[in-house]
Structure formats: structure tokens, C-alpha cells
Design a protein around this ligand. Structure first.
Ligand code: CA2
Length: 178
């Protein structure tokens, strides 16, 4: 790895260390070790120095996101089931200082109802779901592109109605009439 490599954290939440051991129909038969190899090797080809981690604990994941915030380190995040309910994780992701791509191996929108909502997507740079392990590679490619200064999209406005209200106020209009 050269001195110019961009460091990236690939963070995985609960149960993802068990990949390949159960539910191959949903998550495939490749293991967490295979995922780690794929991320490190793909990252190296993209000029990224990838550090892959997995934890069963919400607090540890939050602490790793703080580390990324403090170091301006881009993140690929598969928070597992925490995705669907962890406001602690959302608050940590909101503090990000570099791109953060949310990844899911499965297409969460096509599964059980409780998996349709991600509480963190609104604070992420973007989301990739349903492409198996290749989703991590796509996320690393997006981060490499952004690190090179390539064509980042405007940051999404997570509260479009609030923006409308400010415009309305400036024009002296009632909210909702703009
Ligand atoms: O599709 C994804 O990547 C998920 O983030 C995976 C989480 C799930 O809770 C999310 O809704 C979607 C769960 C990972 C569980 O992984 C297992 C691995 C092997 C065997 C059983 C579960």
C-alpha cells in the first residue's frame, strides 16, 4: 500500500460474522472471511487501504463510527438488524465527516416489513442493497470516486419540507403555499 492510500473502514454489525453458515438462500454461501478478502483486495485495486471489522455490539459500532468521524475516514456500513431501529447509530452517522455508504447484502425493501425501513439512510451518502457481496465492492468504488474528487452528488436534504418552509418564510408566504 502506498503512502497515498485512502483509509476506509468497512464496518459490519450483528450476526454478519456468521455469513456462509446459515441462510445461504438469502445471504449466499460465501463466508465472512471471504467478504473480508474481497473488500481488502478490491480496495487495494482502487488505491484504498481497507480495514474490515465486525461486531455483535451496538456500542462498539458507534465507537468505530466516532473513530471515522474524528479521522475523516470514509465508511462502508452494514449495520445488520441495527439498521432498522438504532437511533444511537443514526446519531453517530449524522456526525460523519467523510462519505458513508450503507450496504446490505439482501434487498431489504423486498423482505419482511420490519426490514423496509433503515433509520440511517437519511444520514448516509447513499445506499446499495440487493447485490450480495458485490455491494461492498460497489460501495468501495463509490468511495474511491469521491476520494478522487469525482462528481459527488449534492448532499441529500433529509428534511425537504423544512427547506420549503424556509423559502416560504423568506417570501412571507404561509408554509405549504410555496
Ligand atoms: O442484507 C443485509 O446485509 C442485512 O443487513 C443483514 C442483516 C439483516 O438483519 C438486515 O435486515 C439485512 C442480518 C445479517 C444476518 O446474517 C446472517 C448470516 C448468516 C446466517 C444468518 C444470518
Amino acid at each position: 500500500m502506498t503512502a497515498q492510500s485512502t483509509k476506509v473502514l468497512v464496518l459490519n454489525g450483528p450476526n454478519l460474522g456468521r455469513l456462509g453458515k446459515r441462510e445461504p438462500a438469502v445471504y449466499g454461501s460465501a463466508t465472512y472471511a471471504d467478504l473480508t478478502d474481497l473488500c481488502v483486495k478490491s480496495g487495494a485495486e482502487l488505491g484504498l487501504d481497507v480495514d474490515v471489522r465486525q461486531t455483535e455490539y451496538e456500542g462498539e459500532l458507534v465507537t468505530w463510527i466516532h473513530e471515522a468521524c474524528d479521522g475523516q475516514i470514509p465508511v462502508v456500513l452494514n449495520a445488520g438488524a441495527l439498521t432498522h431501529y438504532s437511533y444511537a447509530l443514526l446519531d453517530a452517522v449524522k456526525m460523519r465527516t467523510a462519505p458513508l455508504v450503507e450496504v446490505h447484502i439482501s434487498n431489504i425493501a423486498a423482505r419482511e416489513g420490519f426490514r423496509h425501513e433503515s433509520v440511517i439512510t437519511g444520514a448516509a451518502t447513499g445506499i446499495i442493497a440487493g447485490f450480495g457481496f458485490q455491494g461492498y465492492v460497489l460501495a468501495l468504488r463509490a468511495i474511491a470516486l469521491l476520494a478522487r474528487g469525482g462528481d459527488p452528488p449534492e448532499p441529500p436534504d433529509a428534511r425537504p419540507m423544512a427547506k420549503t418552509a424556509i423559502v416560504s418564510d423568506a417570501q412571507g408566504l404561509q408554509a405549504g403555499q410555496a
